[in-house]
Design a protein around this ligand. Structure first.
Ligand code: ZN
Length: 83
């Protein structure tokens, strides 16, 4: 193991708490999720925070589905979602 190869330095990998995919901590992900699940969670929060309805709600849910699909396509496992 070469400590200077840079692969692990400063950016440990961890399993996304939503899809289980091994991902790397970035400045964009605050929590314990991969970027896709993190963004999906943010959209999900927006639904309740903004009390989205009708077309806005449909758009938000489509966005979440798309992000989850993308996470699954990258190796994640989410119940009910296939890539
Ligand atoms: Zn994920």
């Amino acid at each position: 193991m070469n400590a200077h190869d840079g692969f692990r330095r400063g950016a440990p990998t961890f399993a996304c708490s939503n899809c289980g995919r091994l991902t790397r901590k970035t400045n964009n992900t605050a929590g314990s999720c991969c970027p896709e699940c993190d963004e999906a969670a943010m959209v999900e929060n927006g639904i309740s925070d903004c009390d989205l309805q009708g077309e806005d709600l449909e758009r938000a849910e489509a966005k979440i589905a798309e992000l989850h699909k993308r996470a699954v396509a990258k190796g994640g496992v989410i119940a009910g979602v296939s890539a």
